[in-house]
Design a protein around this ligand. Structure first.
Ligand SMILES: [Ca+2]
Length: 231
């Protein structure tokens, strides 16, 4: 190869490298779970279950599909919260994604909550970010909601289909950590809610929980799938 030929070759390699390998934003995954490797009725390692009987099921196979986490207190159980909770390395800036499905029998709202430590996970009033969904045919709400001291409605929900939810937590580190969060539904590029306020200030986010309250009549079921926690 002549010197000129070598230089042309070198530039070609450089340009091809830049075109072929653009710099990608790095993503650190703290937790993922699709429930496919979990036995029916069990919960994966890392989950804390409280109140009723969350467990993996294959009852909703379409959509997000395969196996998913069923949250459905048994009819005789009166509970202030049928919880499935999981912990991860504490963060201040973190994104949580999951898919949720409600049947048309669901009568109570499913709540998704973020907590700062294990001690606080049993009480919804300890949550920072707080997003809920319920059945338009069986409840007074029938909407997606977030809670920052009062319920704020931001979208209509339908039973018998999967929704993909993304919650992006934006820390606002001042004298106390009281961040905000953005909520996405299905469209992962454009938030439907921006800068929702936390229900409570948190020092960090280290746990997320899914909870279904049941008191006077059967509340569920709801199904959760494809959980991803990352930053
Ligand atoms: Ca699955």
């Amino acid at each position: 190869m002549t010197k000129k030929g070598y230089i042309v070759w070198l530039y070609s390699v450089l340009i091809l490298s830049l075109v072929s390998f653009p710099v990608l934003a790095s993503e650190t995954i703290l937790f993922t779970e699709d429930f496919e490797d979990v036995n029916i009725g069990q919960v994966p390692d890392g989950f804390i279950v409280m109140g009723g009987t969350p467990g993996v099921s294959d009852e909703v196979s379409e959509g997000a599909g395969g196996k998913s986490l069923k949250i459905n207190p048994p009819p005789e159980l009166k509970t202030w919260g049928d919880y499935a909770v999981l912990g991860f390395k504490a963060q201040q800036k973190v994104t949580i994604e999951f898919s949720v499905y409600m049947t048309n029998t669901a009568t109570k709202a499913l709540s998704f909550m973020c907590y700062q430590n294990e001690k606080s996970i049993e009480k919804p009033e300890n949550a920072g970010p707080y997003v809920a969904v319920d059945n338009p045919n069986k409840t007074q709400y029938g909407n997606f909601m977030y809670y920052d001291g009062a319920y704020k409605f931001f979208g209509t929900a339908e039973p018998n289909r999967w929704y993909r939810i993304k919650v992006v937590i934006n820390p606002d580190i001042g004298s106390a950590f009281k961040g905000t969060y953005d909520i996405y539904i299905d469209d992962m590029d454009t938030p439907v809610v921006s800068k929702a306020n936390f229900r409570n200030p948190l020092a960090q986010v280290a746990y997320i929980g899914f909870s279904l309250y049941q008191w006077d009549k059967p509340a569920g079921p709801y199904y959760i799938d494809n959980i991803k926690v990352w930053y």
